[in-house]
Design a protein around this ligand. Sequence first.
Ligand SMILES: [Zn+2]
Length: 593
Amino acid sequence: MGVIDEVKQRMDIVEVVSQYATLKKAGRTFQALCPFHSEKHPSFFVYPEQQSWHCFGACNTGGDIFSFVMKKEGIDFGDALRLLGQKAGITIPSKFEPEAGKEERERLYQVNQAAAQYFHNLLLNSPVGEKTREYFTSRGLSPKTVTGFQLGFSLNSWDALKQYLTERGYAESELLAAGLVIESEAGGTHDRFRNRLMFPIQDIRGRIVGFGARVLDDSLPKYLNSPQTLIFDKSNCLYGINLAVAAIRQQDLVVIVEGYMDVITAHQNGFSNVVASMGTSVTEKQIGTLKRLTRNMALALDADAAGEEATLRAIDYENTLEAEVKVIIMPEGKDPDDVIREDAKIWQNLLEEALPIIDYTFNIVTAKLDLNTAKDKSLAVDKLGLILDGMKDTVRRVHYLQKLARLADISLRDLETAIRRMKPSRGRRQTKEPDQVRVTRTLHPLLSSPVEEYCLALLLQYPELKGRNAGLSPEYFENSENREIFAVWQQADKLSSLKDELDSAIWEHLDSLVTRSLTANQIEQKYANCVLRLQEIHLKSLEVKRGEVLALEAESGGTAAELAKLEEQGIEVSVQLGELFTQRSRGSQEQRR
Ligand SMILES: [Zn+2]
């Protein structure tokens, strides 16, 4: 996750705005006298759910947490990000040393690439690679697959790789930093990977960040990975992602398996939307990466692992993804590699039969129970109730609560009461330490904006779109970082100069847009549709905000008549509120005179 997202997750707009204005809770919003213009009647609103603000009075504008700080402090996006980052305890690289560590990282990518090439050549050409070649052939891998995944082999030697790389100008310290050699007890260093199958691990852009290595015999450990380095963090990697990106987008589905061979065999058989988590559990960072590509995720797990994941982490997965996760249950003792090699059709069927992970959790829990007995009904409620209670998606939570209520044969209301009783800690905290509860910093779910980002990716990758005036306006971008990129793009002549104009804190985000893979057909049409969608989203979101304010005004009474009058005058709904607040302000000023 980038620093921008991290800041968004940790900072709360209500907390930030309340340092500049006196907020009053009003329904689902907060209301204040606008901190940007002088007024007597509050027309400034903060929306905690959308993490945004809007002034319906003289300003008639709004935005997110960054734009608020930018406007209030009179600073640019980068400085607003740094200011908020500081409050959130997140370090953001200073503008003046943006490339900190960049050269070092570049070198690590290079040395890994050189090592991968070396391992690959050994596999293809050396006599000692024979056994490995046979192994891959026996697993049915084609030469094209071996090349595509840059598979390799490491010699049974303590310093073959080290020698090879130092001869090519890499320093021992760099090999250490890349995790390719390790310090020996006697001092000095030696090769980490010896006599193993080598699986280079690439990031989404195809850069080699580390290696996975497997023995050919029975020696231990069976698998060995690169250690954590400046560019390798296992919890952040997805094996095969660089080769799977296009298929994931196209099929709008990602399938997550466990092993390297599962991914390789799947891809060779045309299932290109498959990636491997680098451990049994999928991490939040990995879901974060995948979420940018699709909201549909299926986990292929063996029955044991699936049971555990379902009961322990199902809700976390779904809350992070903000969508339903499915689970593909593998036949006992088999992994996807076996199944696909045996018969690709079986794999296809398993995919089609994938169950939503929550339904699977129900099956697991209730399989051992006799729901005709009072004792087991109560057990089912105990076990499933708290799990379901953690679901953020209200509609789906209620759906499953109803399912549980039916199973236990009780009313939804009784079920909810039972669940509330299971959470004594929360009740206690609320009565005893209200202040403490308030200062606890909760993480906000990220409100992602796929259309904004898709639109920017099109603009950045197809310069010819610049000449097209499709009526795109900066205000359609609700996220400041996207708005910022768009504004600079409008001014810039060349993509290369774009980076110079933008704060370095935004580069990572820019890079992800520039490298995003897009299908290169009907670009103009796609762009035009995108602009319409953005406009629609923008107007809808404004309408929702306006709706909430109108409801509040109606509640406070008297407003209905005023609004009706405005409508009679033929004033459009979109400007009615502005008129209303302006008139009010004028009115109260006149009264005071
Ligand atoms: Zn204002």
